[in-house]
Ligand binder design. Structure first.
Ligand code: NAD
Ligand code: TYD
Length: 359
């Protein structure tokens, strides 16, 4: 029998990779993708799935109770996977409003609506229902040179983005403890790979490098992130949905801690090899040190002992092989990213996909 996953934010980076991952591996699943199509939502990332019977796209907001009620009634999902969020730290500094709106209020409304649906399910379907909330390691704040985040590290967010994600995590736990909603949370480190919007470090550096534009490194480039290839997170989220213990949190990390400058230099070296400049100068010449991000967390690192012990987690890609695949992917998918660089994609999709609920 086909079961339905309601995926929110499925036109974004990780959501689109997740939908593709699930549909390719599990014939018994259909996916409903609820996405508002903000600047970060790009249906082109899933264009090849359109028209296939196991994929349904609905344009709408996770905070819209009317849309949600329609989706529960029509599709009766077995689980919700909540990727929908405003996700970029720099944007949260220049304009926090949308972060509060979607990440906090939107998550609250999605929880409340899911709870109403859950309460009406027959006991057997209630037993299988899951609300999976996708979160970040940034809720734990900044590490010094030593140590790693575990599931019991106290929350200590620095940016409006991470504070809004921390708030959403607390709401999800409260809906479990107070109302009995069967929730799961994963807190993951920085992802990279295909379909990432070119505002985040890795795709921005690849595309600026290809266009021979400056590569802006914040501060001295000494900040450290723990990089995880996106497919690995998708695999693990899917495992947690099926096997995770209700009410639990699982940290997911790449065990690939690398300072930003080293990441950018490696990208430059890959571009030198795969797409040399006409004058043969190294892309490293484009590196430009710029003013640091305010409140810039120094280091993130994940202790993945729990998920390894309980669910057999193993990171599958080394950073160097994952980064090479990613650079190649951007080289081979100009038609995906060129409209993003020019901004042309937004008007087109706004016209093509009318919102389910008129705003
Ligand atoms: P993204 O910005 O690429 O995509 C977000 C998607 O959510 C977009 O398609 C957007 O249109 C949609 N969206 C935004 N507001 C919405 C709303 N109100 N209703 C419905 N849809 C809405 O983000 P991403 O990088 O794919 O991240 C997905 C999730 O994973 C986020 O919750 C983020 O906090 C979390 N996360 C991301 C990373 C990372 O490295 N990118 C790491 C850990 C956790
Ligand atoms: P980012 O991809 O924005 O992810 P996050 O802030 O959520 O970790 O940034 C990754 C790291 O790269 C972070 O330390 C900030 C830094 N950075 C730059 O140095 N230059 C840039 O242009 C960007 C976007 C990020």
């Amino acid at each position: 029998m086909t079961e339905t996953l309601l995926v929110t934010g499925g036109c974004g980076f990780i959501g689109s990779n997740f939908i593709r991952y699930v549909l390719e591996r599990d014939n018994a699943v259909q996916v409903v993708n609820l996405d508002k199509l903000t600047y970060a939502g790009n249906p082109a990332s899933l264009q090849d799935l359109e028209g296939t019977s196991r994929y349904h796209f609905v344009r709408g907001d996770i905070g819209d109770a009317t849309v949600l009620a329609t989706l529960w009634a029509r599709f009766r999902p077995r689980a919700v996977v909540n990727f929908a969020a405003e996700s970029h730290v720099d944007r949260s500094i220049s304009g926090p409003d949308d972060f509060i709106h979607t990440n906090i209020l939107g998550t609250y409304r999605l929880l409340q609506s899911a709870l109403e649906y859950y309460r009406e399910l027959p006991p057997q379907e209630q037993a299988g229902f899951r609300f999976h909330h996708v979160s970040t390691d940034e809720v734990f704040g900044s590490l010094g040179t030593e140590g790693a985040f575990t599931e019991t590290t106290p929350y200590d967010p620095s940016s409006p983005y991470s504070a809004s994600k921390a708030a959403s995590d607390h709401l999800v736990r409260a809906w479990h403890r107070t109302f009995g909603l069967p929730v799961l949370i994963t807190n993951c480190s920085n992802n990279y790979g295909p379909y990432q919007f070119p505002e985040k470090l890795i795709p921005l550096m690849i595309l600026n490098g290809l266009e021979e534009k400056p590569l802006p490194v914040y501060g001295k480039g000494e900040n450290v992130r723990d990089w995880l290839y996106v497919e690995a997170q998708c695999a693990e989220i899917y495992t947690v949905i099926q096997q995770g213990r209700v009410g639990e949190t699982y940290n997911i990390g790449g065990q690939n801690e690398i300072p930003n400058l080293a990441v950018v230099e490696t990208i430059c070296d890959l571009l030198d090899e795969l797409h040399p400049r006409d004058d043969r100068r190294s892309h490293r010449d484009l590196i430009t040190f710029v003013t640091d991000r305010p409140g810039h967390d120094f280091r993130y690192a994940i202790d993945a002992t729990k998920i390894r012990r309980e669910l057999g987690w193993q990171p599958r890609h080394s950073f160097s092989s994952g980064l090479r695949r990613t650079v190649r992917w951007y080289l081979e998918h100009r038609s995906w990213w060129e409209p993003l660089r020019s901004g042309a994609y937004q008007d087109y999709y706004r016209k093509q996909y009318r919102s389910l609920h008129a705003h």
